[in-house]
Design a protein around this ligand. Structure first.
Ligand code: SAM
Length: 270
């Protein structure tokens, strides 16, 4: 059930932060509210939070939505989270490494909405893991390092447009929502953070024939981003492929649209 945002309550409980698990706990009510508002859960939707930590986002989301599933790796947080959630509503805790969670199985036919202030040390693996299950995910609202969000949402021609931009934008619509300063966290990270929304495209709209081949072409193209595609993709694509895909072999990877990469990868046959 969806309810209005509650007044500012305690953001959970307190536990020492573990650097190895990328623990930077969100402590600023303003940004917590903005994340909950951005997610804006509707009745009947299935919300899954990655890394609930001390419950900063979890408890307000649970108050608002009435139920929630969370995936947390740190065993020291499981009992306090359970206790903090008990008076509010049903919280399902999956005590696992998120990279070992099969989102498709978890969704069981009803696409899930993922939320998370991600552990920055494994944010890229989490993004690629989510892409592997894009069909089971309705959308994602993730806090990441701002520099990573800039790369995720970058357009061709930008200095930070690269492999991450192309891989994510091929499967998802990516929007950078707002920046969060280090002072909003305990302990504060060294860099700015930002919240991004990712909405997976319907499978039929993606148009990638072979995921691995697409990933290989994008990796090779940006592996030597200062070279022309003819040189960077030497051994992967030849003149016929460039011509069939309508892509200039003298261009550099950073000049190509995502759709160009998709056409190019689709005409390359092993
Ligand atoms: N959501 C909380 C907040 O905003 O204050 C905590 C965010 S903290 C940046 C990242 C959280 O992810 C921590 O709770 C950490 O224990 C958890 N985490 C780290 N690695 C994980 C993994 N492999 N699987 C699941 N959770 C993980």
């Amino acid at each position: 059930m969806t309810r209005p945002l509650p007044p500012p309550p305690a953001t959970g409980f307190s536990a020492p932060a573990k650097k190895s698990l990328g623990q930077h706990f969100l402590a600023d009510r303003h940004y917590i509210d903005r994340i909950v508002q951005a997610v804006d859960p509707k009745p009947g939707q299935r919300l899954v939070e990655i890394g609930p930590g001390q419950g900063a986002i979890t408890l307000p989301l649970l108050r608002r939505h009435g139920e929630l599933t969370v995936i947390e790796f740190d065993r020291d947080l499981i009992a306090p989270l359970t206790d903090a959630a008990a008076p509010i509503g049903p919280l399902t805790i999956i005590h696992r490494d998120v990279l070992s969670v099969d989102f498709t199985e978890l969704a069981a036919g009803t696409p899930i909405r993922l939320v998370g202030n991600l552990p920055y040390n494994i944010s890229s693996p989490i993004l690629f893991h989510a892409l592997d299950h894009a069909g089971a995910i309705a959308d994602m609202h993730f806090m990441l390092q701002k520099e990573v969000v800039d790369r995720m949402a970058a357009a061709p021609g930008s200095k930070v447009y690269g492999r991450l931009s192309v891989m994510l934008q091929a499967w998802c619509e990516v929007t950078s929502l707002f920046v969060v300063p280090p002072g909003a966290f305990r302990p504060p990270p060294k860099v700015d953070s930002a919240v991004a929304r990712l909405v997976p495209r319907p499978a039929a709209d993606v148009g990638i024939d072979d995921r691995k081949r697409f990933a290989d072409v994008v990796r090779a193209a940006f592996g030597q981003r200062r070279k022309t595609l003819r040189n960077a993709l030497n051994g992967v694509c030849d003149a016929r492929h460039f011509e069939a895909a309508g892509v200039r072999a003298e261009a550099r990877a950073e000049q190509l649209e995502v759709a160009d990469f998709i056409r190019l990868a689709n005409v390359v046959v092993d």
